[in-house]
Design a protein around this ligand. Sequence first.
Ligand SMILES: [Zn+2]
Length: 379
Amino acid sequence: MLQEDYFKSQQQAMIDLIVDMARIESPSHNKVAVDRMGAFIEARLQQLGADVMRLFRDEVGDILFAKWNANAPGKPILFLCHIDTVWAEGTLEHMPIHLSEDGRLYGPGTLDMKSGIALMMEAIRGLQENDQFPNRPIWALLTSDEEIGSNHSEEVIREIAQKSGLVLVMEPATPEGALKIWRKGVAAYRLHITGKASHAGGAPEQGINALIELAQQAIRLHGMNDIKNGTSVSVTMAEGGSALNVIPANAILGVDTRFLKMTAMQTVQQAIESTVPFIPGAKVEIETVHSRPPMEYDALMRATFEKAQQIGAKYGITIRGEGSGGVSDGNFTASIGIPTLDGLGPIGDGAHAAHEHVLVRSLPQRAALIAAILTEWTF
Ligand SMILES: [Zn+2]
């Protein structure tokens, strides 16, 4: 059994690895930069004995798919990581990496999720070094566009997760150290509204007012809110009109919708997709901008989480669970019925914010927990 104490002795090496990765900036929209990050990680994974495949992408960084013990029996355990960050190139100049006196490692991407990647590597390295690396297939998928909606990776995530027995999502824990045992689903839409222009002075009655149609659609959508059951339908953007004296012919309405349950998601989705105009002659076209199913707290999630708790307890590690309104790639894997543990990364705070940091003392315990799961998990 590889305990937390062992990983405490490796704490400085973990800090160094996170710093090395955080120094390579990897904003999602910059393929060259993300590929630089990918090359660094690929070399490290190879040093750890993995077979690494590059899944080429044109518009975003290449995806890495690593395998250990490919021919061992049993279902694979799949690590799910992303190597992109929300931070633009050059952020390091005004947001330098630094370790505070109270043991917090600050810097862009430190928490989300370069430390998650470091934990995965450290858990594997620790097991190998102590001759405890389990003879079972272990996979790692490192995607490159999670922070911009995973459009270039969703399909491969689903495909690879489908073949796995357990998915470990290396997103940060909550600031209190809990795993994420549910996440809301999200769908965002634009309603493109077409009316008919006319002179507001000469012939207002001959126009079809796209903004009045927009206003009525906004009120209708707002009425779909069911906050107490976890459903939010938020009208978030509106634009339209061309001049003060013209009846507007065009308008666009933006909507963000979030759900705890797939059934609720489908109901609202259907209601939005079957929108009919209020005003005769107006047209409403629905554009789905992005959509991701909820990671539900269902029987499978409960069982998976309880199993992780039991393994943790055996190693003296207490695990708690909490929910989140934010999404991750775990939404995809959980929603297709694959056991998923999300939020296995370290404790920290300020993801996507100027005070992004990792609590260094949480690193050894998380590495020990991950190593324990790799060793002890049974299917
Ligand atoms: Zn993340």
